[in-house]
Write a protein that binds this ligand. Structure first.
Ligand SMILES: NC(=O)c1ccc[n+]([C@@H]2O[C@H](COP(=O)([O-])OP(=O)(O)OC[C@H]3O[C@@H](n4cnc5c(N)ncnc54)[C@H](O)[C@@H]3O)[C@@H](O)[C@H]2O)c1
Length: 439
């Protein structure tokens, strides 16, 4: 690699732009930041806040906090701005989403109440189960993009913002394939002007973000910025982009377990995964067209980790099923079951059962924070286009055209930490450890 990265110092305010700001993930994330600022909570699960980076040899005993060796944005410098189909302020929507304890929400009520969503760029065609009315009136997609750009620029000026990161925390949109309108910036802009039906709201937000020089991360599985037009615009505009679909809950477990089974060459006959959840995300996914987007994202993980082309006897013919069932009484407290049929020595079968009683938004909030902090770091380091080192956080990581996506959580973690070492001007680690014995 020839490029040397020079990291500009993180000074001044960081504007955080969130489409879907009234949702469970967004409000849990924002409430966490506000609580931490008041000393009322800890940001557990966040690598940017708590993670360390080993530098040099094990005998050097040097493992500083990541934030002590790299200039990272301070959470006190974050200003929030967002859009939602539901117009309630963040205090009301945080209560409605039912994730956090009411006393905790009350302790940051004043700050939450001040965050009010702008009207959304939205069409029911992309998420039919949403009933909110806080929607922009304009019908032309190009003019809608212009409205978003104007809002972002006004926010930037009013709050004296130095840098911007957008994270899509909006609902999962219906499944779309890449069409001609997505293939170049010219075709995309023409499509916006002609109200092309294949351009989804999340693509319009991503376009507006990139146009404003904001880094863009997509927390849902819909295409959004993962189309040639927006990848090429991000390179031209020198902004980093990443996605898709926060890796929480069941898929997190899958990408922890599957690499372990594969590294010990245990075979797989089948992996059946089912979930119940009762939040608004579950309600949107109850529509088969939206579920299809999520299903594709969840299914791709195992194929890539097990590499059946290299190990046909072990992984050439496994059955993989993923189900999500909307079950309102559970709210955000999802329950996931996995039944894994494996085989070992002389083909003897074994079973693994996983029952994960998780809290979706509690797992997603630290991911949102890390994406913001690391995408801002990428922006200041002059990194642009797809940021594959962010794969660690996603179910369907965006990747270069000529590569397969890396799904193994441990390789993703190494990739992330080694990239941070490169940005800090430190040596990467290969973990062979041979020098301790033969040098
Ligand atoms: N919670 C998790 O663990 C997790 C994991 C992976 C991915 N995700 C994805 O993250 C997203 C957010 O999850 P959530 O649980 O907060 O869902 P949620 O339904 O609570 O929130 C989504 C919000 O987006 C809003 N929205 C939808 N379309 C919009 C648009 N065009 N413009 C502005 N706002 C819009 C909705 O009104 C809603 O308030 C979903 O797409 C979900 O699939 C969540």
């Amino acid at each position: 690699m020839k490029k040397k990265f020079k990291v500009k110092k993180a000074s001044g305010k960081l504007g955080v732009l969130i489409p879907g700001i009234s949702g469970a993930v967004s409000t849990t994330f924002i409430a966490g930041i506000l609580a931490k600022r008041k000393g009322l909570g800890e940001l557990f699960g966040s690598l940017s806040q708590m993670g360390t980076l080993r530098l040099g040899k094990r005998t050097d005993k040097k493992s500083p906090l990541i934030k002590d060796i790299l200039s990272l944005a301070d959470i006190n410098d974050i200003e929030f701005f967002g859009w939602d189909v539901y117009g309630d302020n963040c205090y009301k929507s945080c209560k409605k989403s039912g994730v956090l304890d009411i006393n905790q929400i009350e302790s940051i009520k004043d700050e939450l109440e001040k965050i009010v969503p702008q009207k959304a760029v939205f069409s029911k065609k992309f998420a039919a189960n949403l009933k909110g009315k806080n929607i922009k009136k304009e019908k032309n997609l190009f003019k809608l993009a212009k409205e978003l750009i104007d809002e972002i620029q006004r926010f930037k000026k009013e709050k004296n913002i130095k840098r911007l990161v957008m994270v899509w925390c909006g609902s999962t949109e219906i499944f779309l394939k890449i069409e001609n309108v997505h293939k170049s910036v010219t075709a995309f802009e023409k499509g916006l002007k002609n109200n092309d039906k294949k351009i989804s709201p999340s693509m319009i937000y991503a376009y507006a973000a990139i146009k404003c020089g904001a880094a863009y991360a997509n927390g849902a599985p819909n295409l959004s910025a993962d189309i040639p037009a927006l990848i090429s615009l991000s390179l031209k505009s020198k902004v980093p982009i990443c996605g898709k679909d926060f890796k929480t809950g069941q898929t997190l477990m899958k990408t922890i377990l599957a690499p372990g089974l594969k590294s010990r060459l245990l075979g797989l006959n089948g992996w059946f995964s089912t979930n119940i959840l009762g939040n608004r995300d579950g309600e949107v996914l109850d529509n088969p067209k939206n579920f299809k987007t999520k299903e594709e994202s969840k299914l791709s993980v195992l194929d890539h980790i097990f590499q059946s082309d290299l190990y046909p006897d072990l992984y050439g013919d496994f059955y993989h099923k993923v189900r999500i069932n909307y079950y309102p009484p559970r709210g955000d407290e999802k329950e996931a079951w996995d039944n894994i049929d494996i085989f070992g020595w002389l083909n003897y079968p074994m079973q693994i059962k996983v029952n994960f009683l998780c809290r979706d938004s509690i797992l997603a909030a630290p991911i949102v924070l890390d994406l913001i902090i690391f995408m801002d770091l990428a922006l200041r380091s002059n990194m642009s286009g797809i940021q594959e080192w962010m794969s660690f956080y996603f179910k369907s990581p965006m990747h270069a055209k000529n590569l397969y996506p890396e799904h193994d959580l441990f390789i993703q973690g190494l990739k992330l930490k080694n990239t941070l070492r490169v940005l800090a001007g430190e040596k990467t680690l290969d973990h062979t450890g041979l020098d301790y014995y033969y040098d």
